[in-house]
Write a protein that binds this ligand. Structure first.
Ligand code: GLU
Length: 290
């Protein structure tokens, strides 16, 4: 049973390819934050977009996490099985004026500097054309505190930035699903890559609209390749070699600036993770590139 205020963290990959070094670093940081506080650590597969997700990717990611000794405290959660919850949340937001239907094309929005030519926000009638559902943002100078980066200031622009929460093709969007599931799973602390930093202010407004308390956020610098690009499937980041988990985790601890002693290279996986938990220093993580 979850006790009140107990730390609950998670790693929430989108299965667009196998686990690569950059995602191992994020997974390890969220794992160590949770474990070093006697918390629970969950894995959630964010499989919302079948068009971008090779069928084998989920299995590859879960195998890799397993091979690296990163075991979740509860069974893995799959967003592809959560349609009912997302539908309910969308109905809830639509009925209270926090969301609206929009059939504008990307071209139309671009041509109007992000304003909706059909005044979608005011137009509550049902649509014949395929429509997306967007969350209605409030104009706001948002301030929040990142556990690593400190005070954050983000400008949120209503209408222009309104994120899609249900796509025209019928797929649910990340901005909605991540909030609904973090609420449902009782996540108290989110550790993720700083490529998602700019999403946070919008997510805060979605928490508010759903009358829920947001988690604490901690964004770690994303790992870049020699060209300064984020390691990702699009940039052809290679999948991890699961045969050498100790070497991979040792390199990940270095990337997190934890200064592991070189003797750890010849330790067992279990001993390496024990050392990493006992010596985890969030403050040591470099505050460099986003
Ligand atoms: N699924 C997102 C990704 O793989 C991460 C979501 C999150 O941690 O908030 O980029």
């Amino acid at each position: 049973m979850t006790t009140l205020h107990q730390y609950r963290g998670r790693f929430a990959p989108s299965p667009t390819g196998p686990l690569h070094f950059g995602s191992l670093v994020t997974a390890l940081a969220s794992y160590l934050e949770a474990k070093s506080r006697n918390g629970q650590w969950l894995i959630r597969i964010e499989d919302l977009d079948p068009l971008r997700e090779p069928a084998e990717a989920t299995g590859q990611i879960l195998n890799s996490l397993d091979a690296h000794g990163l075991f979740p405290s509860e069974p893995v959660h799959f967003q592809s099985r959560r349609s009912d919850a997302y539908h309910l949340a969308i109905e809830n937001l639509l009925s209270r004026g926090h969301a609206y239907r929009c059939s504008c094309s990307r071209k139309e929005l671009q041509a109007n500097h992000g304003r909706h030519p059909q005044r979608c926000r005011d137009n509550t009638s049902t649509r014949d054309n395929p429509f997306a559902v967007r969350f209605a943002l409030n104009n706001e100078q948002c301030q929040w505190h990142d556990q690593l980066l400190g005070p954050q200031h983000q400008v949120v622009r209503s209408e222009i930035d309104d994120p899609v929460i249900l796509r025209k093709e019928g797929f649910f969007a990340y901005q909605l699903a991540v909030v609904v599931d973090d609420i449902e799973q009782g996540i108290t602390d989110v550790v993720r890559g700083s490529d998602l930093l700019d999403m946070t202010a919008q997510q805060l407004q979605i928490y508010r609209a759903l009358k829920s308390t947001p988690p604490r956020w901690l964004h770690i610098p994303v790992i870049v390749n020699d060209l300064g690009q984020k390691l990702s499937k699009q940039n052809h980041a290679p999948g991890l070699n699961n045969q050498v988990p100790v070497a991979n985790l040792f390199a990940a601890l270095n990337a997190l600036n934890q200064q592991p002693p070189s003797s750890l290279r010849s330790e067992t996986l279990e001993n390496l993770l024990d050392w990493a938990c006992a010596h985890w220093k969030r403050r040591a993580v470099h505050l460099t590139s986003r």
